[in-house]
Design a protein around this ligand. Sequence first.
Ligand code: HAM
Length: 411
Amino acid sequence: MIQKPRGTRDFLPDEMEQRRAVEKRMRDVARCWGYREVCTPEFEELELFTARSGEGIIEEMYVFEDKGGRMMALRPEITAAVQRMYLNEARVTPKPLRWCYFADCFRYERPQKGRYRQFWQFGVELIGADTPVADAEVIMLARDLLQSSGVSFSLHIGHLSFMKALLSDMDVKEQRILMRYLDKKDHEGLKSHLGRAGRAELGSSLLALLECRTLDEVIGITGKIPEYERIEETLGLLDDMDIRYSLDPGIARGLDYYTGMVFEAFADNLGAENQILGGGAYRLAHLFGGDEVPSSGFAIGFDRVMVSLGDSEGETERVVGIVYTPDTRTYALRAARAFREAGLRTETDIMGRSIGAQIAHASKSAQFVAIIGRRERESGTVTLKNLDTGDQRELDLSTAVREVVTSGPRG
Ligand code: HAM
């Protein structure tokens, strides 16, 4: 039997309904913050992703040559594509632009629970704003989105200037190597790398920095940094708005385009793959031929949120089963239409089953059955049976529809 590709998943209807319910809650929150949805292609020119991160990133991507000999990649993330789209389509639109997306990404990773080769991100990009309140806005939105999903999480906020202050005498390549160690939380690797380079004392300062939990502790190690007032203002706004977070100078982020504030969120009940959100302030547009546009944003690892939520039952939808005798088929199909027009999930027999077998089948998913025989057809009624309570009454079709609509979701 042919199997699905490694690192991908199939979603059966119950799981899809649960995913859609969470997705809808996130969309509603994003809309309330003024973030409007955009969509970009599943594949882009490879260069879009290598422009900032270099050829090394190819290892982690699905890359292919198309029939015209162009090198393409399945998108490993959406931020670069949104910046390209901004340059192509919306450069002259008044700033700031508030955009969001819900989209699948592809990374050639070693699959495990919470780490897939195809996964979904719910993300936002705030383009063209560079103020403490813009930084605070995306963090507050991140919190609201995660909270709407029902996941239990902690939010960590850092700033790249903390580490950069300690690494300022190193070239950019070396800085990136060290940041990678920090991003992977590989502190032993970091220490031995710096030891080999004769910079063991820097290793100690970096590790001490990671322990800091207040801005003053950070400054005690880095000395005063130019970004201090800005960071203080952003954190002050978050405090004023009662946002709970930890200051975490160890956040380095895996992607290379971040410039300032960075933040991540972790689910309380997940193991190794517990990072459910990552983002920060960044600049990318200038690499794609545009002006430098300060931007910030984040993406939620939607699949990890779903793993964290587990199989918790969502609202159970009301389902109506239309049960009918062969001679009333047209009336039964019309009755089904009336229930559907009222927005109810309605199923009719299409297997030619007996009345008893139809009721037995419907009772597997339905809360109500509308039973139709010749008498009901002739009087324009249905016999509505509530399968939870056993109540059964013959009602006008329109009354029966209203009865189900007002019955409320299944408890
Ligand atoms: P990222 O941290 O690479 O950031 O990904 C964001 C989130 O996607 C992660 O925190 C994680 O939850 C989820 N994720 C990443 N890889 C996988 C995977 N293989 N399987 C399942 N979930 C995964 C970005 O992608 C940036 N574009 C975020 C951003 C937006 N920064 C600014 N704007």
